[in-house]
Design a protein around this ligand. Structure first.
Ligand code: FRU
Length: 540
């Protein structure tokens, strides 16, 4: 969000905060047709507004997703932390509102840590606490009006109920734009402690602090401005990743979301790869330093997503096996308040696992979606390798397995369009190849590879409802070199989204689309001769 205080676009008239009903049905359970844009595999609140994922933490087999939530309206306002839980990052169950705003403060973004040694003293040795570190955005009723500072709340019942710390705020820089703390446990060679990465948003600075008890914080260092600086820096994240799993070759990744000033002007998620010694982050991927007025280098920076709808991306603390799993808000502040979804508004991306791997070009970041279709092999169609002639090849999505066809075939309550498409294309001498997604009547979302420019583009200009905001209709693109002549695509379709993972997640494009329910068609296309389909596999 650009302006954290109330604005016409992002905030509702103040309404009293209310608690959402608890234990709502898993996402995707609405009867078909009743709620055509409700995603099957992307978390959305049963009712009302949602933005950033907050407090992502794994504890005892449960993933906790907290999130920016307006419990009483379908636009931004009354910011509180909503809560959902999942065992598998795919089936989410909505929980009661975790931390509610009050007359003095809105509860802005932040993180949750499990404090096993009870360093905070909020729990006991036998009942260690979960501790939320969030931004208090003080209202006019507060003596701290106009400021943003970091505060704590704790839970002794695995995240169900939360108590605000009486000593809040715990870190106050007397700043109006100090927010979005990501806290993690840093295991150093000689010392271990809590580290907080937060932002001075308008200065495009990530500020780092350390603490032994989560209550007292000492300044470590700052990073920035660097690379994309055309808006507020928001929601930072800092974490280690071992290159190809080799702990001796560990790099640190600093994620910096920004709005506006993303690749396409609105919200965007950039990252830096470098080192962190417990005090300072040093980037090895800085292209430009300082506040940039010149945006000509935007495509030289590293972006987690080259589409328009992946923002406020942050990762889980304590994911099993040391995995680094991230979720973003599948939206863009440019038009988030106008999306035509009904009584709920806002959904999360699929969760993605991040890894670093060595390629000829150097160390690269790969993103792999947690895959809803990785189960029993139902509703699958495949295509044998074949030449692709100029024109289109219709690919009919298979019907869902019939009810009563046995337990293995029990249909997931999914919109007709939820599918995964894996395709390996060899563009050869064709000018363009790709997929037509969600086709019907004049509607289509075009995923195209342009051979001459090596550009993969996602065109949603004719995707369906686009007129709800003047900036929504758009074409995004990313440079994707072929690998051994092949373009490997994995595409996830859901009721209102397209997520494209190219070359094993080397480049990702995420876009919202709002097609008619009847636009369920799918086709391959080629312009020019010489293309081939190496393999194609569709699951739903
Ligand atoms: C990012 C953001 C954060 C802030 C929150 C308020 O989308 O603007 O910086 O904490 O949303 O809802």
């Amino acid at each position: 969000m650009n302006v954290p205080t109330a604005t016409a676009t992002h905030s509702a008239a103040p309404e009293p905060a209310v608690s959402a009903p608890s234990g709502s049905a898993p996402s995707g359970s609405a009867p078909a047709g009743a709620d055509p844009f409700r995603p099957a595999w992307h978390y959305s609140a049963r009712k009302n507004w949602l933005n950033d994922p907050n407090g992502l933490v794994h504890l005892d087999g449960t993933y906790h997703l907290f999130y920016q939530h307006n419990p009483s309206g379908d636009v931004w306002g009354n910011m509180s932390w909503g809560h959902a839980t999942s065992a598998d990052l795919l089936h989410w169950e909505e929980q009661p509102v975790a931390i509610a705003c009050d007359a003095n403060e809105a509860i802005y973004s932040g993180s949750v840590v499990f404090d096993p040694d009870n360093t905070s003293g909020f729990g006991t040795a036998g009942t260690p606490p979960l501790v939320a570190i969030y931004t208090s955005a003080y209202t006019d009723a507060s003596p701290l009006r106009g400021r943003q500072a970091q505060s704590l709340a704790y839970s002794l019942d695995r995240g169900q109920t939360w108590t605000k710390y009486a000593g809040n705020p715990v870190l106050d820089r007397a700043s109006a734009n100090f927010r979005d703390p990501k806290v993690f446990w840093y295991e150093g060679p000689s010392e271990s402690y809590w580290v907080m990465a937060a932002v001075e948003a308008t200065d495009c600075l990530v500020v780092l602090y350390r603490s032994a008890d989560l209550k007292n914080w000492d300044y470590l260092s700052s990073f920035g401005p660097a690379n994309a600086t055309g808006g507020d820096w928001e929601c930072p994240d800092l974490f280690p990743l071992a290159v190809d799993g080799d702990p001796a070759d560990t790099r640190w990744v600093l994620v910096v979301n920004l709005n506006p000033g993303g690749l396409t002007g609105g919200s965007g998620a950039q990252y830096f790869v470098g080192t962190f010694d417990g005090v300072e982050f040093r980037s090895g991927t800085t292209v430009t330093e300082g506040l940039q007025r010149d945006s000509s280098r935007m495509r030289d920076y590293a972006w987690l997503d080259w589409g328009r709808d992946y923002y406020a991306a942050v990762s889980f603390n304590d994911a099993p096996g040391g995995r680094r799993i991230m979720i973003g808000w599948m939206n863009n502040w440019d038009y988030a308040a106008a999306t035509p979804t009904g009584a709920w508004r806002g959904a999360m991306s699929l969760a993605r696992e991040l890894t670093l791997t060595r390629r000829d070009s150097g160390v690269v970041l790969l993103q792999t979606a947690i895959d809803p279709f990785d189960g029993p092999d139902r509703g699958r169609i495949s295509l044998a390798p074949r030449d692709l002639h100029p024109g289109t090849v219709d690919l009919l999505l298979p019907e869902p397995a019939a009810a009563g066809a046995g337990p293995a075939a029990a249909p997931a309550p999914a919109p007709a369009v939820a599918a995964r498409i894996d395709v390996d294309l060899e563009p050869g001498t064709a000018a363009r190849v790709g997929l037509l997604l969600r086709t019907g009547g004049t509607e289509r979302t075009v995923l195209a590879y342009d051979t001459a420019t090596s550009r993969l583009s996602l065109d949603r200009r004719d995707s369906g409802a686009v007129a709800f905001h003047e900036g929504f209709a758009s074409v995004e693109h990313v440079h994707v070199p072929l690998e051994d002549g092949i373009l490997r695509l994995r595409v996830f379709l859901d009721a209102c989204s397209v997520e494209v993972f190219a070359q094993d997640g080397r480049a990702v494009l995420t876009d919202l689309v709002f097609p008619a329910e009847s636009s369920t068609g799918l086709a391959l296309f080629a312009e020019g001769h010489g293309a081939r389909v190496r393999s194609l596999d569709i699951r739903r």
